[in-house]
Design a protein around this ligand. Structure first.
Ligand code: MBD
Ligand code: FE
Length: 309
């Protein structure tokens, strides 16, 4: 090809008009971003000589992705949610905020409004069999001072890797709770060890991952929002050590400092003391929060969330 089409005046004028640059209405920031996005798209089409059939298959893909409610699944799969985390980390470093518990992505499967209890909770209702997990820990500030009254909002998958609400076979708010820390900043809960998540095998996200030669698996993990007045909200996850996908997460959420030891209890006396009849797992994990800051970006992200009906 001789000359670049996107450098011609005709196409430059087209992009200028498309992005509303020739009018005084609308949103100036949106116009500039759209101008960049459209330019980059045109450049990509030209550089790769994208054929109309290929282009229209991409349009169909986006349509199907939205219809399947998988946009929020493709985003972490393409590393975009991790990139947003890295940007937040960088902004915090520039604001002098370092250390504390690392953040990692929220993912698409949070449901707002889970039952709230003080100090402790049980996340499962006993209807599912699996390895019992007891998890506990303390919420502290950067000086090691306990944060009483913090809210630990926890959610995770069941033993099949499914999340309640999105998996309608599970009870309402199954494996989802909000726990308020006690006077010493402590929380504790009983649940079942989750399994890893796998993208719907016939879904739109997996369809694109297939084209990239990638799997759609996440290692077993447990999600948390940890919040308290005057502290920066922490969005994070812990991974269950030993999972085959621990360092091969399709959503790129595994981080150093978020892989606590899993203690296995096989001692009969300990099993009976817990009222159980099989070995169980225990995890202790503390959350360290930063004080709220006027010079760093806000940590409470506005994002559409489901709420169980
Ligand atoms: C999950 O459970 C999850 O946490 C993410 C980020 C993506 C898909 C499923
Ligand atoms: Fe998850």
């Amino acid at each position: 090809m001789s000359e670049s089409l996107i450098n011609t005046q005709e196409v430059k004028d087209l992009i200028t008009k498309v992005s509303g640059m020739t009018n005084d209405a609308g949103n100036p920031r949106m116009k500039r971003i759209m101008q960049r996005l459209i330019s980059d798209l045109f450049r990509t089409i030209e550089d790769f000589d994208v054929q109309p059939d290929e282009f229209w298959s991409a349009v169909s893909y986006i349509t199907a992705l939205g219809q399947a409610n998988e946009a929020g699944l493709l985003v972490p799969g393409l590393g975009i949610e991790t990139f947003l985390d890295l940007r937040m980390d960088e902004a915090e470093r520039k604001a002098g905020i370092e250390g504390g518990t690392p953040r990692t992505i929220e993912g698409p499967l949070y449901v707002a409004g889970a039952p709230l209890s003080k100090g402790e909770a049980r996340l499962d209702d006993g209807s599912e069999q699996g390895e019992v997990l007891f998890m506990d820990g303390q919420v502290r500030d950067m000086h090691g001072k306990p944060v009483a009254g913090a809210i630990v909002d926890v959610w995770h998958a069941n033993t099949l890797g499914g999340y309640s609400f999105f998996d309608p076979s599970q009870p309402k708010y199954n494996l989802r709770r909000r726990i308020e820390t006690d006077g010493e900043g402590r929380y504790t809960f009983r649940s079942l060890l989750p399994s890893g998540y796998c993208c719907p095998p016939n879904g739109q996200t997996q369809k694109l991952l297939d084209q990239l030669g990638r799997h759609g698996n996440r290692p077993a993990h447990i999600h948390f929002f940890v919040s308290a007045p005057n502290y920066r909200q922490l969005t994070t996850q812990i991974n269950i050590d030993g999972d085959a996908y621990l360092h091969d997460d399709f959503a790129f959420a595994t981080r150093d400092g978020l892989i606590p030891q899993v203690r296995r209890s096989t001692d009969q006396a300990a099993i009976h003391a817990r009222g159980l009849n099989a070995p169980f797992a225990e995890i202790t994990f503390d959350f360290v929060l930063h004080p709220e800051s006027a010079v760093a970006p806000k940590t409470v992200v506005t994002r559409a969330h489901a709420e169980a009906a």
